[in-house]
Write a protein that binds this ligand. Structure first.
Ligand SMILES: C[S@@+](CC[C@H](N)C(=O)[O-])C[C@H]1O[C@@H](n2cnc3c(N)ncnc32)[C@H](O)[C@@H]1O
Length: 257
């Protein structure tokens, strides 16, 4: 019965532009404050699906994340010019390692990844063997694993399509990411995905001690991505946002920029 009501409300929200716009704000507000938005899925179930990574289960299958797509270039284009080849880089939710492999191809060797599903690790080992050799691959829950890392131990932390899958009860991950980075945090998330766990990422990282220095919204245009001025309703689940944050320095310490 409750399930039926839930899907009826979901349908209603999807069909009415004003309701949808209002609901997105509700979802962001809830998630920002550590509360599961009413229409989002069960966090334990979602986490289990990512952990089990059934082959052929569409986007839960790590094979889905082998291909180098245009978004890989969009993700890194603003940061790589500033990153020394000696930089320590950590990807959260690295799956089969296509981004780590890309960084490897650009000459980076100090790589690390955290991933909840162990199958993804095996796939990276097979597909991107050389990059894998240079990667410290940690299998585990991001919000637990990041907590174990020393402060300021990576020059760059980045995510793509991961933070919106981490339930609001684990919001401490934002503070932990800010603690662990020495300089930068880069995110590429489908921020309009209001049925997941969207947040106001600028606010979450600002509260954690970081400053947003780049914000770009890309929408789909045919096969390509183009910069968009604002979220388009028809494209909510296809538009992606790239944000680059820099960690605030204590007064008197050297700034990296
Ligand atoms: C949408 S996929 C993106 C994969 C990768 N970032 C890419 O684009 O190639 C999300 C990834 O985050 C991982 N993930 C989801 N929740 C996680 C968690 N709590 N801790 C660690 N990894 C998680 C999933 O297993 C999956 O590999």
């Amino acid at each position: 019965m409750l399930k039926q009501v839930h899907s009826k409300i979901k349908k209603l929200v999807k069909e009415h532009a004003l309701l949808e716009r209002m609901y997105i704000n509700v979802a962001i507000l809830c998630s920002n404050h550590g509360i599961k938005p009413p229409l989002s899925g069960n966090p334990d179930k979602i986490e289990k699906e990512w952990r089990e990574q059934f082959p052929g289960s569409d986007d839960r299958d790590p094979c889905f994340y082998i291909e180098h797509d245009e978004q890989v270039d969009l993700l890194f284009m603003d940061i790589l010019p500033f990153l020394d080849k000696e930089a320590n880089i950590l990807e959260i939710g690295c799956s089969a390692g296509r981004h780590l492999n890309y960084l490897f191809s650009k000459g980076y060797r100090r790589l690390a990844g955290i991933e909840i599903g162990s199958k993804a690790k095996e796939i990276m080992k097979q597909h991107f063997t050389d990059a894998y050799q240079c990667t410290e691959y940690i299998v585990g829950n991001a919000y637990e694993e990041v907590r174990r890392l020393p402060s300021s131990s990576y020059d760059l932390l980045f995510t793509r399509g991961v933070l919106i899958n981490i339930a609001p009860k684990w919001n401490s991950i934002f503070k932990e990411m800010a603690r662990v980075t020495r300089s930068y945090i880069l995110t590429m998330e489908t921020e309009g995905a209001y049925l997941a766990y969207p947040r106001d990422f600028e606010k979450m990282f600002r509260k954690a001690g970081c400053r947003q220095i780049i914000y770009k919204l890309y929408k789909r245009s045919g096969k390509k991505r183009i910069l968009a001025p604002h979220y388009d309703r028809v494209d909510l689940f296809n538009s992606i946002t790239v944000r680059l944050f820099v960690k605030n320095r204590l007064k008197g310490s050297a700034d990296v920029l």
